[in-house]
Design a protein around this ligand. Structure first.
Ligand code: ATP
Length: 239
């Protein structure tokens, strides 16, 4: 597909003897928000880790920016514009918000562009601008997630992969973050969102994939997925 920002083809990955991904194929359209939903242990985190080079692909392909980047490693993925915001945020607790954000730009050299993107992050998340000199450890959960996403933006991504955006956050914080995702996407960044809050994910995303025990078992527009009786029963607790 020519308009894909990221393509995953028949990807297999796992840990030791354990096969987690069993031939996953998906496509993240440039300019869209795509979500991956699935129950605990379905392999969602492993999928993001295999794409970003933190776990080796045992078979299959990962393509981005017109290149085959299968097992190219985390740094090559970031250079190609595929940036991972990990589950749990993984901020540097004893560093300031600003310094955490600047860590995202560690592969970049254009200081003017870095300064411009830092201002953009502060415009997207005014709360981070107010707290730029505070240690990350003093942030609320929602603010930490803003900082983790902001750090991802500082890498100048084409595709931002976000693992469990809403985990442990209050509904108001989730709403704010979802609005920020829409704005980031509208500015031209494709987003691949792993989310356990299926309703919130289908609300923000244009399209989605259902992952079950390491395989894609459903895919479609968010509207089609949200209307599918099987998905409503399995993931939305409705019939
Ligand atoms: P969750 O939402 O619970 O994080 P998930 O869909 O993201 O679920 P993964 O975290 O990718 O799922 O885990 C998929 C499977 O891989 C699980 O059975 C898990 O126990 C196993 N697994 C994950 N990380 C490791 C690891 N480092 N070593 C061994 N097995 C692992």
């Amino acid at each position: 597909m020519s308009d894909a920002a990221l393509e995953v083809e028949e990807l297999h990955a796992g840990y030791g003897d354990v096969a987690v991904l069993r031939g996953v194929s998906l496509s993240v359209a440039a300019g869209a928000i795509t979500c991956i939903i699935g129950s605990n242990g379905a392999g969602k985190t492993t999928l993001l880790r295999a794409v970003s080079g933190l776990v080796s692909a045992r078979a299959g392909r990962v393509r981005a920016a017109g290149q085959d980047l299968t097992n190219a490693g985390p740094e090559a993925m970031v250079r190609a514009g595929v940036v991972h915001v990990p589950e749990g945020r993984r901020l540097f607790a004893a560093m300031s918000v600003r310094d955490n954000l600047l860590m995202g730009a560690y592969l970049r050299r254009d200081q003017a562009a870095i300064r411009r993107d830092l201002e953009r992050v502060y415009e997207t998340f005014p709360r981070l601008a107010e707290r730029r000199h505070q240690d990350a450890s003093t942030l609320s959960g929602g603010e930490q997630q803003m900082c983790a996403i902001g750090r991802g933006i500082m890498a100048d991504p084409r595709v931002l992969m976000i693992d469990e955006l809403s985990l442990g956050l209050a509904p108001a914080a989730v709403d704010l973050l979802m609005d920020a995702l829409r704005a980031i996407n509208a500015a031209g960044v494709a987003i691949l969102l792993v989310e356990q809050d299926v309703m919130a994910a289908l609300d923000v995303a244009h399209a989605g994939y259902i992952l079950d025990r390491g395989s894609v078992v459903g895919a479609g527009s968010s509207a089609a997925l949200a209307a599918d009786p099987m998905i409503r029963e399995a993931y939305l607790g409705a019939v």
